[in-house]
Design a protein around this ligand. Structure first.
Ligand code: ZN
Length: 182
């Protein structure tokens, strides 16, 4: 039986970047964008607030772009301070790289297993979808989803009762699959 699990964001992750005003390394996206027009060129920033002192940091989204080169739909979302757009941009590797930040997803996601009706099955194939590319420990996820301890998961892997084409030790930040045979 194939089960689909999902790693689902429950709130925006913390932006890990040093605050300019204090020693804090934690910023929280404000959900607001700043759009600045200058001779038909647009600069767009995503505003974030230091969790310690409240100082505003500007994360570059677009730099010196002509208005025509920006999809109208994107402009609408920027002007509407679209919350979904904030989430997308924070997860965009290009935005992360340009602004030199990483994301801290601690306490910002949950595992959705679609119910616990699989717990008594002898064999299950599980496809785990992780669209937001949140770094997770597969063994922790499997333990939570199957209602067993992390030690039990380690034992099942060692005994070949949990098999996967993916490396289940350490962390993964993408989709993965595994099979559990009890
Ligand atoms: Zn600060």
């Amino acid at each position: 039986m194939l089960k689909n699990w999902a790693v689902v964001p429950t709130c925006l992750p913390i932006v890990r970047r040093r605050c300019h005003a204090c020693a804090s390394q934690r910023l929280r996206a404000s959900g607001k964008f700043r759009v600045n027009a200058n001779h038909k060129l647009l600069d767009v920033w995503l505003l974030a607030l230091c969790t310690a002192c409240g100082e505003t940091a500007k994360l570059t989204v677009l730099e010196r772009m002509t208005v025509r080169s920006i999809p109208p739909e994107l402009l609408d979302r920027l002007h509407a301070n679209d919350p979904g757009l904030t989430a997308e941009l924070l997860q965009d590797p290009a935005v992360q790289h340009q602004n030199r930040f990483a994301l801290d997803w601690t306490d910002a996601w949950r595992l959705d297993t679609g119910g616990s009706d699989h717990l008594d099955l002898d064999v299950i194939d599980v496809a785990v979808r992780n669209a937001a590319r949140i770094p997770v420990r597969p063994t922790r996820l499997i333990a939570e989803g199957c209602g067993v301890s992390r030690g039990e998961v380690d034992r099942l892997i060692a005994e070949g009762k949990i098999v996967s084409a993916f490396r289940l030790s350490g962390k993964l930040s993408g989709d993965f699959t595994f099979t559990l045979k009890r």
